[in-house]
Write a protein that binds this ligand. Structure first.
Ligand SMILES: [Fe+2]
Length: 498
């Protein structure tokens, strides 16, 4: 292994008593480059030579002592990448140099309060639907037009980085005034990126399409009855699917600038089907049982039906966390999948009648599903869901579903080992949908180290075929993506570590 400490970001964090500054969420500030080859002491098993591309995972790290109470989604964006080619692997990590990150570095302290504090505690105007948060571009990553686009869940400007080197290119130029939400979507069939945003002012949501040339080609309002908190969208070949769910800020309190999330069980969930290049007049709304869904899996069309898979929360407004410190009960409850109980669920929108039918696919608590992105927007067979630790924002294992046969397999990452969202990396010249690897970062709290693990998706129950020990133990995070080498300019002559 060839390892180089590139930089250490200056932190002013003093008090690390917070539950999300410890254990698998312990922050780190070093930025590294490392190269691995088979035979290295840090490689357990064999780095496969039949994948070519990059695993990218983002997450949140508190760089400065927070103003008031800290929510782990307030942290600065830290992106990790692990590139694979020719049986070698290359690791890098970099903080996203957002405008907020740079302003706080200059000030030497936090300038923005987080999600749990009233907006007036921020010392500068900010971002997000809430309008006073720091856009830390920390929630989600996709690769589009050859570059990473990182995004912030409450909407932000979107930052571009090189997927391999993590070189930074600043904010993305086509992003509209209301920003982009997390969970932009890539249609590999067309090279298009689909996105939405949401805000506290009418029409409360927009939807847009960016071409493979990275030019904005469509941007339309999606009028909603009021401010909403959508987190994800889905798409099929012909439709984008947006949502209006009955979990949103209490409207009376919002008039006093208080942001208190509330579930309205008497209101239906609404799904908006928009033809990909359609306008507000083309949106067809379908009603379904009230719930909240953080993440969708895939969607596709079958004859006269549009089908959507995702995770239906049985308790969108969770009861207080049993073990949380004073003042953090609500926050920790909303990070506990075991309290919200999301379950794999299928919605069918019948285009002829305007009706919706629903079906539970699994009774286990699961979330953060991934699948082979070549099948995005199309019928698919295999889904890979994360098994959450019940009372923490952590993942203890994975479930592979065969959605055609209705079967599943489950693996655990092991005691004290917490995984990341785990995307699918297709094998070079893959023949089947599950011909490839699942890639994840593990924070092993007991061994005090982080690993990148690869699981052969066809031999899922055997667990990792390769484990690569990273330069240090890194903080858990949120979303991830796999980018194929061909799509990011890792040509046939690229040699990692040369
Ligand atoms: Fe998300």
């Amino acid at each position: 292994m060839n390892m180089q400490l590139v930089n250490t970001v200056q932190s002013t964090l003093k008090n690390t008593e917070h539950p999300y500054m410890q254990g698998a969420w312990r922050p780190t500030y070093n930025e590294w480059n490392a190269i691995y080859a088979n035979g290295d002491a840090q490689v357990i098993g064999t780095i496969p030579d039949d994948i070519d591309g990059v695993y990218i995972r983002t997450g949140e790290v508190p760089v400065h002592e927070p103003i008031g109470r800290y929510h782990p989604f307030d942290g600065d964006g830290l992106i990790h990448s692990m590139s694979f080619k020719g049986g070698r692997a290359s690791y890098r990590n970099r903080f996203v140099r957002t405008k907020g990150f740079q302003a706080e570095a200059e000030a030497g302290r936090a300038l923005w309060a987080g999600l749990l504090e009233p907006p007036h505690k921020s010392t500068r105007p900010g971002w997000g639907a809430q309008e006073w948060l720091k856009d830390s571009s920390s929630t989600d990553v996709v690769v589009h037009a050859g570059k990473i686009l990182s995004s912030f869940y409450q909407c932000g400007e979107g930052y571009r980085l090189d997927p391999f080197t993590l070189e930074q290119f600043g904010t993305e130029g086509w992003v509209p005034l209301d920003g982009i939400s997390a969970h932009t979507k890539i249609d590999e069939a067309t090279g298009e990126l689909l996105f939405f945003n949401y805000s506290k002012h009418a029409p409360y949501m927009h939807y847009g399409v960016v071409g493979p040339d990275n030019k904005l080609k469509h941007y339309v309002p999606v009028p909603l009855p009021g401010p909403r908190l959508p987190h994800d969208m889905a798409f099929t070949k012909n439709y984008a699917i947006v949502n209006d769910m009955p979990l949103y800020w209490n409207p009376e309190l919002l008039e006093r600038n208080l942001h208190v999330v509330q579930f309205h069980p008497d209101q239906k969930t609404r799904f908006g089907l928009i033809p990909r290049m359609g306008g507000p007049e083309d949106i067809r709304w379908f009603e379904a049982e009230p719930t909240y869904t953080l993440h969708w899996l895939n969607a596709w069309e079958e004859g006269d039906e549009v089908i959507l898979d995702g995770y239906f929360q049985e308790e969108p407004q969770p009861k207080s966390h049993p073990d949380a410190p004073d003042g953090l009960e609500r926050m920790m409850a909303y990070l506990s999948q075991g309290l919200m109980k999301p379950k794999l669920h299928r919605w069918r929108f019948i285009l002829k009648t305007g009706q919706t039918t629903e079906e539970r696919l699994d009774e286990r608590v699961l979330e953060f599903g991934m699948f082979n992105l070549k099948y995005a927007g199309k019928p698919y067979r295999y889904a890979y869901s994360a098994v959450p630790e019940p009372y923490w924002f952590l993942f203890t294992g994975l479930v592979k579903h065969d959605l055609v046969n209705g079967t599943s397999e489950e693996i655990s990452f092991g005691p004290g080992r917490f995984g990341s969202e785990t995307p699918f990396a297709p094998r070079i010249n893959a023949k089947d949908e599950d011909d490839g690897y699942l890639v994840s970062f593990i924070a092993d709290v007991e061994a005090d180290r982080s690993e990148c693990v690869l699981i052969d998706a066809k031999r899922f129950s055997e667990g990792p075929v390769c484990r690569i020990i990273l330069p240090e133990r890194f903080c858990s995070g949120t979303h991830s993506v796999w980018a194929n080498g061909n799509d990011i300019g890792m040509g046939p002559n690229t040699v990692l570590g040369a």
